[in-house]
Ligand binder design. Sequence first.
Ligand code: SAM
Length: 247
Amino acid sequence: MIFDILTIFPQLPSSVLAEGILGKAVKEGKVTVRVINLRDYTTDKHQVTDDRPYGGGEGMVMKPEPIYQAIQAMKAEDAGTRVVLLSPQGRLYTQAVAREMSTYNHLFIICGRYEGIDERILHFVDDEISIGDYVLSGGELAALVLIESTSRLLPGVLGSPDSAARDSFMDGLLKYPQFTRPQVWQELEVPSVLLSGDHEKIALWRRKEALKQTLLKRPDMLKTANLSDGDRRLLEEIERERKPKAG
Ligand code: SAM
């Protein structure tokens, strides 16, 4: 899969793209990430990409023309490229949207700066995405969030195909708690079932704990999760265990 990041700060994403799982995927050619300098699409001597807002007010607004030219250049190279504008006003990014993104071969991701981009650019993008209800100073971190979370879902990027499938959100629940050595740490013990070697018991414990984590931390998710009868029984059990005993 190809990700293009259009930015006025082309140095910014480099360390994230060189390290960890994403860095490995890039090195192995499983994903290609190209950082494109928006200033290469300006035509004036000073390579200006922003201007004052019509109507007055604070800050600067990014001009639409260089961005439009960059989109056109990319479409000429690959007409199937999906153009994504990052903006706090876009649809909210979730694991489901990451899954959707992973079905495209090529994303062209536009990073805004300053007060944002001239609104007319929206006529030339396929999608407007926000990574959360807060405002960043630029789209570059959001682009990396999108690229890293999408890349994890591509075949061969994670060591085991099951890793992504068992992540939080993938089946509508949060992931069960995990533990590693030492067995006792700060007088806190690892749950004994995980040392039992009984895979069936461990799987049941993990399912129940995933339900419990979701109930305690994100009860809203249970409204849309695809729950089996067994899950509902486990949830009832969790509720009973949570209720303070009478007397
Ligand atoms: N003035 C704009 C507003 O209030 O809607 C915010 C502009 S923001 C300071 C500059 C750029 O950062 C945006 O054009 C966008 O590319 C990026 N950005 C900021 N917050 C974001 C978010 N939550 N999700 C995605 N991109 C974001």
